[in-house]
Design a protein around this ligand. Sequence first.
Ligand code: SAH
Length: 212
Amino acid sequence: MITNYQRSAGSLVKLLAQEGISDEQVLEAMAKTPRHLFIDDVLQHKAYQNTALPIGQGQTISQPYIVALMTQILRQHGVRDKVLEIGTGSGYQSAILAQLFDKVYSVERIKALQWQAKRRLHKLDLYNVTMKHGDGWKGWTSQAPFQGIIVTAAATSVPQQLLEQLDEGGVMIIPIGDAEQKLMLYTRCENEFKQQVIADVRFVPLVPGDII
Ligand code: SAH
C-alpha cells in the first residue's frame, strides 16, 4: 500500500531531480525517509515541501534540496566510509547520511535536540550514527580523520580544527558567512586545502562556545 507520506516524498524527489540532484542513491534515500517524523505536528502539512522549517530552540531542519546536494557532493568525491556532521538538529540529515555511509558521527550543542534526534533515528532502525553533545567548532578529535565533514550551520570563518580532522583527499562542505553565506567545498591535498564555491545559501549560525 502506498501511504500519503510516500506519495508526498515521491513528488519531493521528482522536484529534487529536476533541480539537478542526479545521484540515484541519494534520491532513493530521500524518498525512503519520512521527513514528517523530524518536525512538529503543527507543521506536518509542510513536511514534504522543499523548504527549511523551524524545529524549536531557534533552529531549523534544512531545506531538502540542500540536504540532497551536500550528500551528493560527498558521494561525488568518493566518500563512502566515515562522515562527520556538525549540527545534528532534527536528525534528518543524519538519517540520510546513515543510509549512504558506513559510519556517521554527529555533534550538536543543544542537548534537547540531540536526544530527540537519537530517538527518531532508532525509530527508523538507523544505528550507525554516533552522537556527541559538544561544540562543533572543535569537531571530534578522537574519531578523526574523516573522509567527509558536513557542517549544517554557517560559520563566520573556516574552523581550522575541522580542516585538520580531514583525511588525505577528504572533503568538507560548509556554509561560510553571516548575512550573506556561501556554501564552500574544501578538499584536502596533503597539507593544502583547495577551496571551491558551491552556491549561495542561508543557514542558522554555527554558534561559538558554550553547549546547552
Ligand atoms: N542537520 C540539521 C540542521 C539543523 S540546524 C537537520 O537536518 O535538521 C543547525 C544545528 O546546528 C542546530 O541544531 C544548532 O543547534 C547546531 N549548532 C549550532 N552551532 C553549533 C556548534 N557550535 N556545535 C554543534 N552544533 C551547533
